[in-house]
Design a protein around this ligand. Structure first.
Ligand code: NAP
Length: 290
């Protein structure tokens, strides 16, 4: 259930036993180019993380595959010991190869190793949330996930994971995961221009499960649309602010994890997501992804 917080747009959402701000932060962009290696501006990356927490953000999304290890190590350096309120979501199911690729790694031994690596690099005894990342870099793949998800459910029983989720998942895979253990979120690609999951967002909302869109701003190529620019111009706001405000209004179970490597952009995004959109604005924006 959502309640309101005066500090950040969108208020809060309950993820399992934790309350998080619906305005979160996606930490993938803190590494070097191609999500590989260290950032060019290490102090700047640490400053973004500290600013996120100072702004009141309590939900950070990461993965040990970012860098690899770099993003988790930056989070640890910037924020450990973590504030009680901070909820760090991570992912397993893919590793990195020497070319910067993301080969799937979902055998039980792979997943156990990735959970161990995340615990170590983040410096915690229990991970708040682990998403099983499915498919591959090209998108979703409709294949069974039972063995992999059962492994995460075992790790949860062993006390190494508090909550489970799935990412890059089809509706069938979400149903399969839920038949094995409860999930608190689904993290899939979704934004103003990519609306494949429209029905899924609403179904999950009805079941009290969060929907966490990745690439909320369009990812590596920021969202561009004539209609978006027109609405933004009319409101005197930036197109990216409108894209975030639209997501917050789209459904109460949507949690934002926009990525940025810039303190200025982070502040801009927090301010921009608070933009009030009218029903007419929403209807016009709805035409973009249809
Ligand atoms: N589950 C998965 O498979 C998966 C896949 C991809 C991502 N993710 C997660 O989703 C999170 C969000 O995705 P993302 O970061 O790739 O994409 P995104 O949030 O859609 O967009 C990030 C891009 O937008 C730019 N940006 C942000 N704010 C801006 C502003 N105010 N003005 C201009 N440019 C701005 C950033 O550049 P600057 O750095 O210059 O601000 C960055 O290039 C990631 O951090 C990651 O945690 C998950």
């Amino acid at each position: 259930m959502s309640t309101n917080t005066p500090r950040l747009p969108g208020g809060t959402w309950t993820l399992g036993d934790a309350t998080v701000t619906r305005f979160g932060y996606g930490a993938m962009q803190l590494t070097g180019p191609g999500v590989m290696g260290p950032p060019a501006d290490r102090e700047g990356a640490l400053a973004v993380l500290r600013e996120a927490v100072d702004l009141g953000i309590t939900h950070i999304d990461t993965s040990d595959a970012y860098g690899p290890r770099i993003t988790n190590e930056l989070i640890r350096e910037a924020l450990h010991p973590y504030p009680e309120s901070l909820f760090i979501a991570t992912k397993v199911g893919a590793v990195r190869d020497e070319n910067g690729g993301w080969p799937p790694a979902r055998r039980p031994e792979d997943l156990r190793e990735q959970v161990r690596q995340n615990l170590g690099s983040l410096g915690v005894d229990t991970l708040d949330l682990v998403n099983l990342r499915l498919g591959d870099a090209r998108g979703r793949i409709p294949e069974p996930i039972g063995e992999a998800f059962r492994t995460l459910a075992e790790l949860q029983k062993e006390g190494l994971i508090r909550h489970l989720g799935v990412s890059n998942a089809t509706a069938e895979q979400i149903a399969e995961a839920r038949s094995i253990a409860p999930i608190v979120c689904v993290q899939n690609m979704y934004n103003l221009a990519h609306r494949e999951d429209d029905a899924l967002v609403d179904e999950l909302a009805a079941d009290g499960i969060a929907y966490v869109p990745f690439f909320p701003l369009g990812g590596f190529s920021p969202l561009q649309s004539e209609t978006l620019s027109k609405v933004a111009h009319r409101l005197g706001a930036s197109p990216l602010s409108v894209a975030l405000a639209w997501l917050l209004r789209r459904s109460p179970n949507i949690l934002l994890i926009p990525g940025t490597s810039s303190v200025a952009h982070l502040r801009e995004n927090v301010a921009g997501a608070g933009l009030a959109l009218s029903d007419e604005d929403m209807a016009e924006l709805d035409t973009i992804g249809r």
